[in-house]
Design a protein around this ligand. Structure first.
Ligand code: ADP
Length: 479
């Protein structure tokens, strides 16, 4: 409903004076000529005023309604075109007004659609977008920016949310130099992050200023992988260089000072054999690791009898165990169901765990190898929807491992005591291989250890029937 327009009294008075002016002049003329006495002049003028108001009032009310309508439109208010009963007869004013109203509505809707579409587009971009003015005050952000740096970012200084001098300097350079810039920076904090930033400036003619648009890509993961790769290459080169340097040294000695010393020659050849063996084991482990990593994203599908592999691996270690007088005791559940996996890779897991137990335990001790079906599962995502798992564990009575080392044991080349490990022929890659194989098999490794008492390394694997090969429907566990 539209409010009835109110006509200001002054406007009404002025209009009436103007409209009645010609009649007043005629009356004055007749009065001056003596044809009209004062009483008739007065009543005549009242009649003129009354008659004029009958015509003038509807016009004034329509004009007032039109004024209000145009004012409302200029204030972007949604209003109905007024019903101009008198003015519409004068030309096509009424039709023009409704056309104006319709086109105004359409324009407004088009603008709203464009704005909404752009907001959706910017919000769904995975990159972080931040727009600032030339004082580095934040003007707009997208959803990715808000999810990382928090809500209500507008009107805050960029430095408050991204305290990076590198980024601030790059933005200053863009404001002064007019050219875009790219920069990488690190943000310390509870969750340290690395970002790659693209900074560009855009003029905004309506405000006579400029906008700075900063696009950020989170490169934390990429940086981490890069540094891991660099560390890995450095470590692998170092591990190979050490035995190689020793072999080269012995060759030089054998060619020179020890040329005619058969006793020294025998001893040097024995050590060279050992070092060559160490290099060969290292290269084999590196190749295994790279092969497992290459297949990391394809889950194995074959039915594997773990007991058969355990028995066969145990036989391989019998001689080594005997040398140290270590007893290998087996506690195997003969009804163990099969697991879904890769024979060779699971063989490597069992080999590494039994091998480590013998390597790091003292003489005259016992290593217990267990395989059973269990319903106490590790708190691992792989077992969230399962009710049972195959558990293979190797328990030794060695020195044990201090708590702070346990989470790092599966890192490549990580050793608790490097010198000791080298002496027993360790490469520092065995548990990294175990971890990668288990990742591929959707399994889990749990390490429990107590210094002075020994360690238990337990491997959990899903039962063959409880998991489906990649792409197939998962069969419900009925156990
Ligand atoms: P390595 O070839 O050196 O044994 P691993 O990756 O198999 O490499 O093991 C990493 C480190 O974990 C070893 O260097 C050793 O310090 C420690 N470790 C592994 N197994 C045992 C164990 N059963 N008892 C004590 N320490 C162990």
């Amino acid at each position: 409903m539209q409010n009835k327009p109110v006509i200001p009294f002054a406007t009404l008075l002025k209009t009436m004076m103007v409209v009645s002016a010609p009649s007043l002049l005629v009356l004055v003329f007749f009065a001056a000529a003596g044809v009209l006495d004062f009483n008739y002049f007065f009543y005549g003028y009242l009649i003129v005023i009354a008659m004029s108001s009958v015509f003038v009032l509807p016009f004034l009310s329509n004009i007032s309604a039109l004024t209000h309508y145009v004012e409302d439109l200029s204030l972007d208010k949604r209003v109905q075109a007024p019903n101009l009963s008198v003015l519409s007869n004068v030309g096509e004013l009424s039709g023009s007004l409704s056309r104006l109203q319709r086109s105004w509505e359409n324009k407004r809707q088009e603008m709203e659609t464009v704005i909404t579409e752009r907001e959706i587009l910017v919000d769904t971009l995975p990159d972080i977008l931040i727009m600032t003015n030339d004082d580095k005050m934040i003007v707009r952000t997208n959803r990715a920016a808000r999810s990382i740096f928090g809500q209500n970012l507008a009107h805050r200084h960029l430095r408050e949310i991204i305290p990076s001098e590198k980024l601030m300097n790059a933005i200053t350079a863009v404001i002064e130099d007019l050219r875009g810039q790219q920069v990488e920076f690190h943000l310390a904090g509870d969750v340290p992050r690395d970002f790659h930033a693209i900074i560009e400036r855009f003029p905004i003619p309506s405000e006579g200023g400029i906008s700075i648009v900063i696009t950020l890509t989170d490169i934390t993961q990429q940086k981490h992988i890069q540094s891991m790769r660099a560390d890995f290459v450095a470590n692998a080169s170092h591990e190979i260089r050490t035995p190689l340097a020793s072999i080269i040294g012995f060759i030089e000695t054998l060619q020179g000072p020890a040329k005619d010393d058969p006793a020294a020659r025998d001893e040097f050849l024995r050590v060279m054999g050992e070092q060559a063996g160490r290099m060969s084991k290292l290269i084999n482990d590196l190749l295994s690791l790279s092969k497992i990593e290459m297949n990391a994203h394809t889950s194995p599908t074959a039915k594997v009898d773990l007991l058969r592999i355990i028995r066969s691996e145990k036989q391989h270690f019998e001689w080594v165990a005997k040398q140290k007088n270590v007893t290998l005791r087996m506690k195997l559940n003969d009804n163990l169901p099969p697991t879904r996996g890769d024979d060779e890779e699971l063989g490597q897991v069992i080999q590494n765990l039994i091998g480590n137990a013998i390597k790091y335990t003292g003489s005259d001790t016992e290593v217990v190898i267990t395989a059973r079906l269990t319903s106490s599962l590790p708190s691992d995502n792989n077992f969230r929807s399962l009710t049972r798992a195959i558990c293979f564990s190797v328990q030794d009575e060695g020195e044990g491992i201090a708590k702070e080392h346990i989470p790092r044991l599966t890192e490549r080349f990580y050793r608790v005591d490097t010198a000791r490990t080298r002496k027993v022929g360790g490469t520092g890659l065995g548990l990294a291989i175990v971890k990668h194989v288990l990742n591929r098999h959707h399994g889990s490794l749990v390490i429990e250890s107590e210094v002075g008492k020994g360690s238990v390394f337990s491997v959990y694997l899903p039962v063959y029937d409880d998991v489906a090969p990649a792409g197939a429907e998962v069969k419900k566990d009925k156990a």
